[in-house]
Write a protein of this length. Structure first.
Length: 718
């Protein structure tokens, strides 16, 4: 299990101002919620990669009009996902016993996936029914064991009842101990909340019951809405729908105090504002601000939610125009809030901890690549801020990648420390000193804090770049071979302040980001891009050879062969790419030396291209003499060297093969086919046959309809 971690970075004083300017702190959220699968096959990932985060993922078979949930392992690899009715595994197929769940894809919060504490293989899937079914099935849970079905997972317990009828609201909060999890449900047409504790020994079936706030019994649509817990685990927000979803009837939302030690909910503040119709809510990462969506008004509301009274909270209202009807809001592992509007885009609040319009709300800023996100986003189990249990780290020497780690905990008594530095090294010390090589890479460092007398543990994850500054050089180019003009495109990743230096290999240099350079004559030029950092030990370079010469293409002379005879083609020169056309009867049209076995006369043309795009073409004529009879070799050598590895008859294209059979010395048939392109590879049932003699029998129809029958023998040589 992998818990969230936001660690303050403290560059070492030893590297002084340079690292203060250029050190980058990489932290991560809960890896297990880094992959979102939702809507009409939409998927995005928050796993760190070579490009911007998040990024689209593909292949998902989910159909979830509203609620969905997805879960990954501790490394951020997707394990499975659900719409509350079915569970799909990582291969996007319905999991073993994963259909027939009693949730509903039209429930606003139809599903929630929570790892069982202290287990890497057991996951609880909680589901909620929808108002379309009168929420009759209420809340249920199923258990997934990822050890089943060869690691793809299987449902080992299904549709275990919790409470019925229920609402479409469902959420979870981390226990104050940082290990266990509270599952929070809401009774039908009531103000009753139930908090169910999931611990390392399983799910407790006796909930903590709280009756607090407004009784939502005016109409059934009050059972539609959202329930969210603040990231610090101290507050709860609740929304509900109006009786008429086509109008913005006066509505209210509620916020509560939540005691994540006891599971008690208290101190309801009902915030009632005229003309509002709230769909969903979400807290900012620091838990001080609350955002709500108003689809009909096409607005987002922001409130300061830590204030003591409903009136004080209402007075802080900030209205942000949305231009679209926003529905679900979800705080993501990158500490931004994402919003759906039933389009093929997500909107984003980039700075949700900032009061007012400085929160930087951007409409339709993330493209889902032609897949609709519909009305909801997968829930994330937020981890408690690492104020009492976690780690800090300090870079001691950026050049050698030496980092001092320090662990801290509020757990009384002795604890066990286990560090995984992400480079194959581990440690059980509380405050280890570790050197990373290379220093300029990013490492995922994990810390597990385990009380020896407890079944649970606390896990923290952080991304560390020991060198502090990013410098990963890469570039592409687009050349005009006739003029020598080359456009260079910088594809590097690097931190602000890193300098760029190009060496074009002809005595000229440039500091431009994407320079254009014209070479005075054809030639082969060693181009270098260098990224210059404040510490020379962290500089990075990328070298590529730019060939502005014609390939100097050479091909074999034309040949005359017998039908179905194999001929070796080749193209010689300085090209980086070859393309033969047509591709008929070629072993591979995209290599320099393909094998050809043409059935009729043909002219092959090859196009040779250098890495700079300089091209040259040539052609080879192959004259084919039709085969007037059939031919069967007398031996073959199936040793995998690409020569005589398969055995079969050679027939002209006017002959039809009726049967070709091979028998061993005991008269057992080891091969039979009526396809003249099929050949024997010297195996029977996957087992290689021993060297020795074999007998063959052939029956074919000739061009005038005559039947030919032949037989003979051959030798298998090893």
């Amino acid at each position: 299990m992998n818990h969230i971690l936001l660690i303050p970075c403290r560059p070492a004083l030893k590297t002084a101002a340079l690292l203060l300017l250029f050190f980058t702190c990489f932290t991560s959220g809960a890896q297990q919620y880094n992959n979102w699968v939702f809507g009409a096959g939409a998927g995005i990932s928050f796993n760190p990669g070579s490009g911007p985060v998040p990024y689209n993922t593909y292949g998902h078979t989910i159909a979830a009009f509203e609620g969905s949930a997805s879960i990954s392992n501790a490394d951020g690899r997707l394990l499975f996902y659900t719409n509350g009715e079915k569970i799909w595994n990582s291969q996007h197929r319905v999991m073993l016993l994963g259909d027939g769940l009693l949730g509903h894809q039209s429930a606003y919060q139809s599903a929630l996936i929570v790892p069982r504490p202290n287990s890497d293989s057991l996951f609880y899937v909680f589901t909620a029914d929808a108002i379309e079914n009168n929420v009759a099935n209420g809340y249920n849970y199923s258990v997934v064991n990822m050890s089943g079905d060869n690691g793809l997972g299987e449902v080992t317990a299904k549709n275990k009842p919790l409470q019925a009828p229920g609402t479409e609201r469902l959420t979870a909060a981390r226990h104050a101990n940082g290990i266990d999890v509270w599952i929070i449900t809401n009774d039908f047409r009531s103000n009753t909340f139930r908090a169910w504790l999931l611990s390392c020994s399983g799910l407790g079936l006796t909930p903590v019951v709280s009756q607090v706030g407004e009784v939502l019994d005016e109409h059934d649509r009050m059972n539609i809405g959202a329930l969210k817990v603040s990231p610090d685990g101290k507050m709860l927000c609740q929304t509900h729908f109006s009786s008429d979803v086509s109008t913005n009837a006066d509505q209210f939302f509620q916020v509560f105090d939540f005691d994540n030690s006891t599971g008690r909910i208290s101190n309801a503040r009902t915030v009632h504002l005229p003309g509002t119709g709230y769909a969903s809510c979400e807290f900012s990462p620091n838990s001080s601000l609350l955002y709500l969506s108003e689809p009909l008004a096409q607005e987002i509301e922001q409130f300061e939610v830590k204030l003591p009274s409903a009136a004080a909270i209402a007075a802080t209202q900030v209205t942000i125009p949305a231009d679209y009807g926003m529905y679900a809001l979800q705080l993501a592992p990158d500490n931004k809030i994402y919003l759906t509007n039933s389009t093929m885009f997500l909107s984003v609040i980039n700075q949700p901890d900032i009061k007012g319009t400085g929160c930087d709300f951007r409409i339709n800023s993330f493209d889902l690549d032609s897949r609709n996100g519909w009305l909801s986003l997968p829930p994330v189990l937020h981890e408690l801020p690492p104020t009492t249990d976690g780690l800090t780290y300090t870079t001691v020497d950026a050049c050698t990648g030496t980092v001092q780690f320090n662990g801290y905990t509020s757990i009384p008594g002795p604890v066990e420390w286990h560090w995984d530095f992400g480079d194959g090294a581990q440690s059980t010390a509380r405050n280890p000193l570790h050197s990373f090589n290379p220093a300029n890479a990013v490492y995922q460092v994990r810390l597990r804090i385990s009380p020896p007398n407890s079944c649970g543990y606390i896990s923290r994850t952080v991304y560390v770049r020991p060198g502090g500054v990013e410098a990963d050089a890469d570039f592409e180019f687009d050349a005009d071979c006739e003029t020598g003009r080359v456009q260079f495109t910088n594809r590097s990743s690097y931190s602000p302040g890193v300098q760029v230096l190009w060496d074009f290999g002809d005595g000229n240099t440039s500091n431009d980001l994407d320079p254009i350079h014209t070479y005075s004559s054809p030639g082969s030029y060693p181009v270098r891009l260098r990224l210059i950092t404040p510490l020379a030990c962290l500089d990075d370079t990328k070298d590529q050879l730019l060939d502005l010469r014609l390939p100097g293409l050479q091909v074999p002379p034309g040949q005359t062969i017998i039908e179905r005879q194999t001929v070796q083609l080749y193209a010689r020169g300085t090209a980086a790419k070859y393309e033969w056309t047509p591709s008929d009867w070629l072993s591979n049209p995209d290599i320099s030396d393909p094998l050809a076995r043409p059935a009729e006369s043909i002219t092959y043309q090859v196009k040779a291209t250098t890495n700079a795009g300089c091209t040259e073409t040539a052609s080879v004529r192959i004259e084919v003499t039709p085969l007037a009879d059939v031919y069967v070799p007398t031996a073959f050598t199936p040793n995998g060297d690409g020569r005589n590895d398969r055995f079969g008859p050679v027939l002209g294209h006017k002959f039809d093969l009726l049967e070709f059979s091979i028998y061993n010395r005991w008269g057992q048939r080891v091969f039979r086919s009526s396809n003249k392109n099929d050949e024997w590879d010297g195996r029977v049932g996957g087992k290689q046959q021993e060297a020795g003699g074999f007998v063959w029998f052939l029956k074919a129809k000739g061009p005038s309809g005559q039947i030919l029958e032949r037989k003979g023998s051959f030798v298998l040589i090893r």
